[in-house]
Design a protein around this ligand. Sequence first.
Ligand SMILES: C[S@@+](CC[C@H](N)C(=O)[O-])C[C@H]1O[C@@H](n2cnc3c(N)ncnc32)[C@H](O)[C@@H]1O
Length: 294
Amino acid sequence: MESTLSRTVAAPMGRRVTRTAAAPTALHPTALDRLRTELVGLPPLQPLDPVDYAAGHALFEARSDQRSLLTAWLAARLARRAGGPTAVLSIGCGDGSVDAPLAAVLAAHGAVDYLAVEPHAPSGAAFLDRLGALDGVRAELVVGPFEGLAPVRPRDVVLAVHSLYYVADLGAALRHAAELLGPGGELLVLHAPLEPLNALVRELAPGRQQRFSADVLDELNSQGRRTQVERIDAVLDLSPTGDAETDRLLLDFTVQAQVPPALSAAVRAALLGRALPGPGLVLPHPVDAFVVAA
Ligand SMILES: C[S@@+](CC[C@H](N)C(=O)[O-])C[C@H]1O[C@@H](n2cnc3c(N)ncnc32)[C@H](O)[C@@H]1O
């Protein structure tokens, strides 16, 4: 089994090009300790309601370069295999905003059969709108969780972009995804590492067990799969915007919980302890890209 960890350093956004990462992987211990002290005796934080989730998500994506970097990484990866008819499965496609440019890359070279499975029907409808507008792409959607997907014909590419946090059994989902590949196919999984932002999510977010990219790698290794991993470095700018409601939505989405006003200064201090050098509150926002051979 070949399992490698290499590092891709993507160009950061314009003005931050000279920044370097501040320190190792842990959150600033003093700030985190202070936050933990403030959490003692408080009831667990509440999850985001769907309206704030959607608003916070849009603001968050606009302040990170991760999405454009990962889409460019995937487009380059798929361009290598463009040339013939291609069958793709996207697990948890959301609104298709990542899938559409990828389908366009493939369709420039041959017919594309692009299937997606997505439990949130309105997002799935947006996926169909986006991909349906592309020449040479046959787009199809199954509304429901990946776990319930009925057998499909073998896929050249199976893609899961930030969606495997939500499956009930990560190992079973990876096995299922890999088993859908045809000869020469590849499974591409984009998943967050437990870097400072997510360490904070783990402290604060209510409810579910968090699975990060080290868990993905462990599962793939335990299944004996040929896997390569690349780190895509991105940054998230959480500098105050001057609008209290925008800042609240951003902070809540960042930690995936409703942060009570009395706690927000401590949460910001914990983030600041891990910020990149320079003005404002700019944080590392990496994602790991797994390539798993059929
Ligand atoms: C963070 S979003 C990512 C969406 C999309 N891949 C993108 O990058 O824009 C995660 C997606 O996974 C979907 N999801 C949640 N549970 C799922 C499951 N069990 N199977 C497949 N998708 C799921 C959600 O509905 C959501 O659209």
